[in-house]
Every structure is written in structure tokens, then in C-alpha cells.
Ligand binder design. Structure first.
Ligand code: AQP
Length: 324
């Protein structure tokens, strides 16, 4: 039986945080044994907000390195930079012609980010490029955090629309969203998600943060009124966020964490969460230290060549179906 195809991407905007890891990247790694996985540093998405070219250049390689440290294995998965495979943008243009502007206007990420970063066409059409990323490789499934659910819906709509207008070509991809960890919240405002672009560094823990920084960030994490450590998103979003983090990093379950720390007080609990996060991230920090920049760049170049060949085969069928 042929393996199902999985596709996902990470933007190289620096600051890869534990929300990215727990919501998506952990799944990327786990899926490699079972699926035909295609993972991509989606650098074209990253230029939809203002950038410094030198910094961007560094962040691209850095993102590839972090992903390899997390466990994306270029021997097992197809792994490359989106911008190096021009079929992504060609398909995005084609899909753009069957995308209604009404649907793009309703994208919550567009509505949120257009205010902060200044509106531009790239930011507006970003979900179409994302749909093209996924459909280009005929992905069956896409591991993502919850914030990407709406974009996945658009991808599915576009696949259906294309298939009905031009002929059955695209599988309808399913999101793979974890039950816990799909929406890790900001440490400073547990009602909004942890985010790379939050100007407050104290709001997130980065995958490569050193132990002291992690302890400091968690000590200052906003908790809720009362003192009991209880999982309740309505009444205790701050504590619930920390409980989920601990459960995911230790592999423990939420009820036993509540049993163990219920009466321990927030201070003691936060210290324990910090140690769990530090321990969970330690292998990634070690793997990162052992990676060599030149070798990472070489592996990405090799991935690019394979990705281009594979993408071209698929894209030629789309051109023919559309009458080119
Ligand atoms: N807080 C989060 N909890 C769980 N999953 C998350 N993801 C992002 N934030 C959380 C998931 O991480 C994957 C890669 O994200 P991305 O590089 O595409 O960036 P993003 O979704 O725009 O979110 P970021 O990283 O926080 O950046 P900004 O600041 O731009 O919003 C995706 O699968 C995403 O769902």
C-alpha cells in the first residue's frame, strides 16, 4: 500500500517557540515513521511582514537548523526551502483565480495582522499560497496548530472547487491537530496564543532558550486568582496553560498533575513546570549544538532538487487540466 502524504511548513521569522513545538513540530517528527512526509521552511510566507534582509537570511537557515534539531530527518522526509521550488507560487497564482475575495476577507489571521503590520497583498493572499503548498504535493494530511484550522478549511474548499471545475486532481487534506497543545497560550496573557511576533519576549519560551531564561519566564508567567492548581480554561486559563505544558513535556496526564500539585501553591508548581520544560527541551538544545551550518545548507539544497522534480510532475498535470 502506498503511504499517505503529509505536508507542513514553518515560517522562518525567528523565535521558534514551544507553542510551535507542542502544537505542530512534535507531530511532524512523530509522523515521519508512518507517512511520506514533506516539510518546508515557508520563507515566502515570512516576507508578508516587514523584514531586514540580513536578518531574514540568517533566520532562514536558523529555522532549518531548529527543525533538524527537533527531529525532522532529511534522510526520511523531503525537507527544503519553499522559495527554491517555483511551482509553489505558480500553483498559488492559479488557485488565486478560483478564490473568492469574500472568503479571504473573513480570515481571522488577516484581520488580526492587517492592523498590526500594515495591509499588503501578500498578507491578504497568504492563505492561497498555503493552500498551494499543501495541494502541490497532493497532501492527505497537514499537522498544524489550531490557529491554522481556518486556512486548512480554505485549502479544502479550493481543492474541491478545482476538482469540480477542471477534473479530480487533489485529495482533500485533513488537518492533524493535537488534542492538547494545539493552542499554547501567551505566558503574559493566557487569553491569546503564544506567538513569534508578540513584542513582549516574556510571553513565550523559545525552543532554544537556556534553563535560566526558562525559569525566569515561568516565574513571571501570569496565573489566576486563587491558589489551587486546577485545569479549567474558563476560570484558570493561566494555570491550565501551564498544566498542559507540563503534561506534554513529561508525558503525564492532567489529572495526576492536579493530584500532585493541587495544593502546592503556584510558586512550587511553576518551578516544577520549568524543570519539566528544561528537561523536555534539553535533547533539542544538544542536537542543535551538534549541527553544522554548512551541512544543514547542503542537505537543504539536496532537498530542493528532489522537491522541484516531484513538484514539477504534479504541476504539469495541473497545467494540462487547465488548458495550458
Ligand atoms: N501558540 C501556539 N500553540 C500551538 N501551535 C502553534 N503554532 C503557532 N503558534 C502556536 C503552530 O506552529 C506551526 C508553525 O507556525 P508558523 O511558523 O506558521 O507561524 P504562525 O502560525 O503564524 O504562528 P507563530 O509562530 O506564533 O507566528 P505569529 O507571531 O506570526 O503568529 C503552525 O502549524 C501553527 O499552527
Amino acid at each position: 500500500m502506498t503511504k499517505k502524504t503529509v505536508f507542513s511548513g514553518l515560517q522562518p521569522t525567528g523565535n521558534v517557540h514551544i507553542g510551535n513545538y507542542l502544537g505542530a513540530l512534535r507531530n511532524w517528527v512523530a509522523l515521519q515513521d508512518t507517512y511520506d512526509c514533506i516539510y518546508c521552511v515557508v520563507d515566502l510566507h515570512a516576507i508578508t511582514v516587514p523584514l531586514d534582509p540580513a536578518e531574514f537570511h540568517r533566520d532562514r537557515l536558523e529555522a532549518a537548523k531548529v527543525l533538524m534539531a527537533v527531529g525532522v530527518d532529511p534522510e526520511q522526509s523531503l525537507f527544503y526551502f519553499q522559495s527554491q521550488v517555483p511551482q509553489h507560487t505558480e500553483l498559488a497564482w492559479m488557485l488565486g483565480t478560483i478564490t473568492g475575495t469574500g472568503q479571504l476577507n473573513r480570515m481571522t489571521q488577516w484581520k488580526d495582522k492587517a492592523d498590526v503590520a500594515g495591509a499588503n497583498l501578500g498578507l491578504y493572499s497568504y492563505p492561497v499560497l498555503m493552500a498551494a503548498d499543501i495541494l502541490l504535493f497532493r497532501a492527505d494530511a497537514v499537522p498544524v496548530g489550531e490557529d491554522q484550522k481556518q486556512h486548512l478549511e480554505l485549502t479544502r474548499d479550493l481543492a474541491l472547487r478545482f476538482n469540480s471545475r477542471f477534473g479530480e486532481e487533489f485529495p482533500i487534506p485533513d488537518p492533524i491537530i493535537p488534542e492538547h497543545g494545539a493552542r499554547i497560550m501567551s505566558l503574559q496573557d493566557p487569553t491569546s496564543k503564544m506567538s513569534k511576533s508578540d513584542p513582549d519576549e516574556g510571553s513565550r519560551i523559545l525552543i532554544l532558550d537556556d534553563p535560566d531564561t526558562i525559569r525566569k519566564r515561568l516565574k513571571r508567567a501570569v496565573t489566576d486568582s486563587g491558589r489551587d492548581v486546577r485545569h479549567d480554561w474558563e476560570e484558570k486559563p493561566g494555570v491550565s496553560n501551564l498544566i498542559e505544558m507540563m503534561a506534554l513535556f513529561t508525558g503525564g496526564d492532567i489529572a495526576s498533575i492536579e493530584d500532585e500539585y493541587g495544593d502546592a501553591g503556584y510558586g512550587t508548581f511553576k518551578d516544577a513546570v520549568a524543570e519539566a520544560v528544561i528537561e523536555g527541551l534539553a535533547p533539542i538544545r544538544r542536537a542543535y549544538r551538534d549541527l553544522d551550518d554548512a551541512e544543514v545548507a547542503r542537505l537543504m539544497q539536496r532537498g530542493t532538487l528532489d522537491a522541484r522534480t516531484r513538484a514539477e510532475g504534479h504541476q504539469q498535470r495541473v497545467r494540462e487540466l487547465m488548458g495550458f
